[in-house]
Design a binder for this molecule. Structure first.
Ligand code: KG4
Ligand code: ZN
Length: 338
């Protein structure tokens, strides 16, 4: 007998993107709708939680309708509704979660609560149809930096994470002090293209624990450098600062990832989270992985930052494992990895 196709509706609203998507059999993207609020938050220099919640309320139903329409699938054809329940901004999470619960209840479909960070990791399954666990994941988003061993579709082992700032947070803060708009990562990357990455020697915190990260010292070093140059009335070459900062962040990320890859004897490493869009990180990590006989997989650009395709993909594997959430599922703003 032919296996039945499984359709998952994914919903994501953890930060400043309202997104919905339909994914067939875990890996086939039928639709991917993202309503970004970046321009709304830009004038405040970062995401304003209250505004984010209100924008999600405005966008969530039209975005879900558009995702179903683009996929050519009716709600009745959906097998389960997968939704991000954390981590993220609580008010933002609650909007997507409430919409998902209502739809699941009204249509009599199972609800599946998805960890947003696991979703970022699963974005790689959509880019590389042959990718299978076990593999290592370097999770680098606005709020998290972690090394995760993915031992199976539903089993993870956290190797280490950041003690202070996340990599994306460091990009955003440095961009902000240099007068660039939110989000800072893409701005720093653009500016760094015209700079010299060897111009300034910023610190690389390697720490005793090989799998833990710390970016607060680097952040302070860049801010102090800018301050000292200004005090001394010397002109600052912002492109050199951006390139040297990016070099320091990516050096640490790459070195620690490769150490973990070798220790765990894994053949694949994947990038996950917004910072995975960074071309310098992708290039350096691909080359370093290659040197130790491993290969890098990274999501295609549109799936690097927040989206609902990754949530539907993660939800599919939970669904296939018989997992379902109750309608009393609550948002968990500080939900952990692993
Ligand atoms: O995963 P994401 O979209 O949202 C969270 O779950 O946090 O990640 C957003 C983060 C921001 O800090 C943003 O500056 C960073 O990803 N980012 C980048 C790039 N694109 C986005 N950082 C460095 N280079 C980029 N090209
Ligand atoms: Zn994210």
């Amino acid at each position: 007998m032919r296996k039945k196709d499984i359709y998952i509706l994914g919903i994501e609203s953890s930060c400043d993107e309202t997104a919905a998507a339909v994914v067939k059999n875990g890996r086939q993207v039928l639709s991917n709708i993202i309503a970004s609020q970046i321009m709304v938050h830009r004038k405040f220099g970062g995401v304003v939680p209250e505004i984010a919640s209100r924008k999600h309320v405005e966008q969530v139903l039209p975005v879900i309708d558009a995702a179903l329409a683009q996929a050519g699938v009716a709600l009745a054809d959906i097998d389960a509704v997968a939704v991000t329940y954390g981590p993220g901004l609580v008010g933002a999470l609650l909007v997507g979660l409430s919409a998902a619960k209502s739809l699941a209840w009204a249509a009599g479909k199972p609800l599946i609560g998805v960890n947003h960070l696991e979703g970022h990791v699963f974005a790689n399954f959509l880019t590389d149809p042959d990718l299978e666990p076990p593999f290592l994941a370097l999770v680098v988003s606005g709020g998290h930096t972690a090394l995760l061993k993915v031992t199976g579709y539903n089993s993870f082992e956290l190797l280490g994470q950041t003690r202070d700032d996340a990599a994306g947070e460091a990009f955003d803060k440095i961009a902000r002090v240099m007068g660039m708009p939110y989000p800072g990562g893409p701005e720093i990357e653009k500016l760094a293209r015209t700079g010299n990455s060897q111009a300034i020697e910023f610190p690389r915190a390697m720490l005793d624990n090989p799998y833990e990260f710390s970016f607060s010292g680097l952040k302070s070093a860049v801010i102090n450098y800018l301050h000292n140059e200004e005090q001394a009335d010397r002109p600052v070459h912002k492109a050199d600062v951006a390139a040297s900062f990016q070099e320091a962040v990516t050096d640490v990320l790459v070195q620690k990832s490769v150490a973990a890859l070798e220790a765990a004897e894994l053949k694949d490493i994947v990038l996950a989270g917004g910072v995975s869009a960074n071309q310098v990180l992708q290039d350096k990590l691909a080359a370093a992985a290659h040197r130790v006989g491993a290969r890098l997989v990274h999501p295609e650009k549109i799936l690097c930052t927040d989206n609902a395709v990754m949530i539907a993909c993660r939800g599919y594997y939970q669904f296939m494992d018989g997992e379902a959430s109750g309608l009393d599922l609550n948002a968990d703003p500080s939900l952990k990895l692993g």
